[in-house]
Write a protein that binds this ligand. Sequence first.
Ligand code: IMP
Ligand code: MG
Length: 186
Amino acid sequence: MENRGEAFMNKNIGEVLLDEKTIEKRVKELGEEISKDYAGKDLVMICILKGASVFYSDLSRAVKVHFKMDFMSISSYGDAEKTSGIVSIKKDIDTSITGKHVVIVEDIMDSGLTLSYLTRLLAARQPESLRICCLLDKPERRECEISPDYVGFTIPNKFVVGYGLDYEGYYRNLPYVGVLSPTAIH
Ligand code: IMP
Ligand code: MG
């Protein structure tokens, strides 16, 4: 197998949309906002695996209030380009969220179908409150009435990778968010 190192990954990126410094600054701001909003409240932040893992790891350390971490792994039916909105839970959270304040942490809101399904599912467990925090938002692609409560960046309708976001499972470890070149997509 060809050596697919850093240079290989970088050469497949057509455009760097958000560099490391820009992301770092914005994640700190989101952390401050969440810290202010949830001071004195019983908070659970749910990381949606795998895409949100990198964002969650930085965001959680920028949140300065007491909170519980939990993780959920879901799979949505549909292809890489388009989700159907039908989601199945591969790994559920371990914590009870009934009566708690909950923030769902996701990598990106695209059609919105995944998060719309997920919020309905979690709302049925009767949390005290339920909000969504997304690193990225692509509002042009929305197919249902939903918007994140906390947004890192609003981006154009382009397929992006890095900082947790993948193409066929790869590129999640890029420290920045970039647009994948059409030549790297097959
Ligand atoms: P939605 O249900 O259409 O909002 O889909 C959201 C999911 O699609 C995200 O959690 C991502 O896994 C994936 N996704 C949407 N847009 C992109 C992108 O530009 N790059 C990588 N993954 C994406
Ligand atoms: Mg994904």
